[in-house]
Ligand binder design. Structure first.
Ligand SMILES: Nc1ncnc2c1ncn2[C@@H]1O[C@H](COP(=O)(O)OP(=O)(O)OP(=O)(O)O)[C@@H](O)[C@H]1O
Ligand SMILES: [Mg+2]
Length: 257
């Protein structure tokens, strides 16, 4: 049975879809069978982000309503053969997939994979409920901004009312220069405030996209940060990306300047 992990945030636009895609790609690159499930039903972000929207034949609504089987709906990634995506559906379809039906689909997916990673929608309403009800683990994504941390805190409280056994934190868009200058909250402090283990830190980077991790040069360390996150989740690594390294020493002071 797969580990079922929901990627949630509360606040929108903090990087859930980016984290889902990059983490999924990296885990799949180690040979693990990974299914990414887009729970943002009605917005279908993940298939667009992974550039597979032209290959979508059936989506999660078709599966929920019995027009297609799960296997028919899964779209295999072009680059990583052990990665596939369960696409969400177009606009105005969110009400058509109830939480119990979605959980059933995820349970079936779990029988076919090592990881099922669920990309949750923003907010904490029905879409959140559906996404979280289907998972046994959660990763909360936040940025170092106060409004995002506050929403993450609400999300963590809500998660405790679900059957989620393990919760971890990813702090995204971290600027090592600002942390070094004391102008923003360090990720470790955010983890402490939220009382969550820090699974990963992803630096702010122009180079961040869905295929960040396939770019082996990974400008500004984002690719390395994602690699460390995947190792943490998988259990083979216990360190997070050193976001201040670039800003220490003489060159670092120059960069900060
Ligand atoms: N580390 C980063 N550095 C810079 N930009 C980033 C980083 N991570 C994500 N972004 C950018 O932030 C934007 C939002 O990311 P993403 O779509 O992953 O967020 P989301 O939480 O899924 O949003 P939504 O709540 O709308 O689903 C995207 O344009 C993405 O490229
Ligand atoms: Mg998203």
């Amino acid at each position: 049975m797969a580990r079922t992990v929901v990627i949630a945030s509360g606040k929108g636009g903090v990087g859930k879809t980016t984290v889902t895609a990059n983490l999924g790609i990296l885990l799949a690159m180690t040979g693990k069978r990974v299914i990414l499930a887009d729970a943002d039903i009605g917005l279908n972000n993940l298939d667009v982000a992974l550039c597979i929207e032209n290959r979508v034949v059936y989506d999660v609504v078709d599966v929920a309503e019995g027009r297609a089987g799960l296997r028919d709906a899964l779209v295999k990634d072009k680059f990583v053969p052990t990665l596939s995506v369960l696409p969400s559906a177009k606009a105005n379809s969110s009400d058509r997939v109830r939480a119990a039906a979605f959980a059933g689909i995820i349970a079936e997916a779990a029988g076919m994979a090592d990881y099922v990673i669920i990309d949750a929608p923003a907010g904490v309403d029905a879409g959140f409920h559906r996404a979280v009800s289907a998972a046994r683990e959660a990763i909360v994504v936040t940025t170092p901004h106060v409004s995002a941390i506050r929403d993450a805190d609400r999300t963590v409280s809500l998660l405790s009312t679900y059957n989620v056994a393990r919760i971890g934190l990813v702090v995204n868009r971290v600027r090592g220069d600002l942390v070094t200058k004391g102008e923003t909250v360090p990720p470790e402090k955010i983890a402490e405030l939220l009382r969550l283990p820090l699974y990963g830190v992803i630096p702010e980077s122009d180079a961040v996209g869905v295929y960040t991790v396939l770019n082996s040069y990974g400008r500004e360390g984002a690719a390395e940060a994602y690699r460390m996150l995947a190792e943490y989740v998988e259990g083979s690594g216990k360190e997070v990306y050193d976001y201040t390294r670039r800003y220490r020493g003489f060159l670092g002071r120059l960069r900060r300047f």
